[in-house]
Design a protein around this ligand. Structure first.
Ligand SMILES: Cc1ncc(COP(=O)(O)O)c(C=O)c1O
Length: 392
């Protein structure tokens, strides 16, 4: 077994490609990319040779258990249940909390659609709350205003790898018996006051989609501190079965395949070095953009550590022209998200709501590549393009 990669060398790793709906012709430096070494290849080969590709045991297969243990000990939580996507992590958490028709779940609209879609899939009603512009995460004051007798859960989203105000939200929620499910799909390895994102909510959901800080291709996991809840989640990912065909509660097939878990075990060994490279690039960016009056770099409070899954600036004007300029120079700048969920065609008619900060952010944010394969010279070049933009 070779040592984890050292900083700042990510050169030996194979760089994968991501499919994207945006036009990325001519882009050399994509917004994110999977990074694999020989260890991932060997781990996959060994599962394939073993032919134990999956397990419908309640506890899951050997590699699934190993991946879960690696995540639980990293996050310092009692248990982790691996599933086949971040979406499944969210849906199984709602199912484990018995959320269904007649219940309301408060979610931000400034997120990937999965956060709201799972609420609909569970048969409940999403209620959209606004965000704070300081970190683009849900605003606890707006959450408090949107609580009704029907509210059963709140899903703060750690957007861009920033960390939501989970403690404040827990205080509001617990007084009213409301479950807090953190959408930590983007924030593996981010921290707040010494605790990892996803370690203090009732349940926290991670994604290992190909763009994420570590990946298993597709994949997800739920972190919990309650062993009973963990057991329920394991049943839900396995059609509610405990032993054989004994469906005891409602569930689905949300199992993570062994090949993916084997990749995840190797990726976990690289996680801290990946985050340190992302943070090196992000800090270099912020240093260079500090004096630029046309953009606001991300603000990281002293008590927090962001994983910089996305390095997102607020561009005063005109954002899309700057994005095109960066893409023209080979950098895959991307807007996450130009259409907030409540304004998408599916939601806008049924959920009419005005969310001032969300709509403002959607017009002004721009994410720039800082993943581990981005070199400091490239950060420098992007910063020059951003800084000179207002004067071009
Ligand atoms: C904030 C957020 N929530 C949920 C998800 C869903 O995760 P997945 O794509 O693994 O289903 C994502 C993933 O892209 C995400 O970014």
């Amino acid at each position: 077994m070779s040592e984890p990669i050292s900083i700042p060398n990510s050169q030996g790793l194979k760089k994968g490609l991501l499919t994207s709906t945006a036009n990325m012709d001519g882009v050399r430096v994509p917004i994110n990319r999977p990074l694999f070494g020989d260890e991932e290849l060997k781990a996959v080969m060994s599962v394939v040779k073993d032919t134990n590709l999956t397990s419908s045991n309640l506890e899951g297969g050997k590699k699934v258990r190993e991946f879960e243990q690696a995540l639980a000990s990293y996050l310092k939580v009692k248990d982790v249940v691996a599933v086949n996507s971040g979406t499944s992590a969210l849906l199984s958490s709602l199912m484990a909390a018995d959320i269904g028709p007649g219940d309301e779940v408060i979610v931000p609209s400034f997120t990937f659609a999965a956060t709201a879609n799972v609420v609909k899939m569970a048969g409940a009603t999403p209620v959209f709350a606004d965000i704070l512009l300081e970190d683009y995460c849900i605003d606890p004051d707006d959450v408090a205003k949107k609580i009704t007798e029907k509210t059963k859960a709140i899903i703060p989203v750690d957007i861009y790898g920033h960390v939501s105000k989970v403690k404040e939200i827990k205080e509001i929620a617990y007084a009213k018996n409301i479950v807090v499910i953190e959408d930590a799909a983007q924030s593996l390895g981010s921290m707040d006051k010494g605790s990892y994102a996803g370690s203090i909510a009732d349940m926290a959901c991670f994604s290992f989609y190909a763009s994420k800080v570590i990946t298993t291709g597709e994949g997800g996991a739920v972190a919990v501190n309650d062993q009973e809840l963990a057991r329920k989640l394991r049943m839900i990912r396995n059609h509610g079965m405990i032993q054989g065909y004994d469906t005891t509660i409602l569930g689905l097939n949300m199992r993570m395949p062994e090949v993916e878990a084997a990749i995840g075990v190797e990726q976990m060994k690289r996680l801290e070095s990946f985050i340190q490279l992302r943070r090196r690039n992000a800090n270099a960016f912020t240093e260079k953009l500090r004096e630029c009056k046309d953009v606001v770099p991300p603000y990281e409070p002293e008590t927090k550590r962001y994983n910089y899954y996305l390095y997102t600036i607020y561009v005063k004007n005109p954002r899309d022209a700057l994005m095109q300029r960066l893409r023209g120079a080979g950098y895959g700048a991307v807007v996450y998200y130009d259409t907030p969920v409540h304004m998408t065609p599916y939601y806008q008619k049924s959920y009419p709501v005005s969310l001032k900060n969300t709509e403002d952010a959607a017009k002004h944010v721009l994410s720039l590549p800082v993943h581990p394969a981005v070199k400091l010279e490239e950060v420098e070049e992007m910063a020059v393009l951003v800084k000179s933009f207002g004067n071009a």
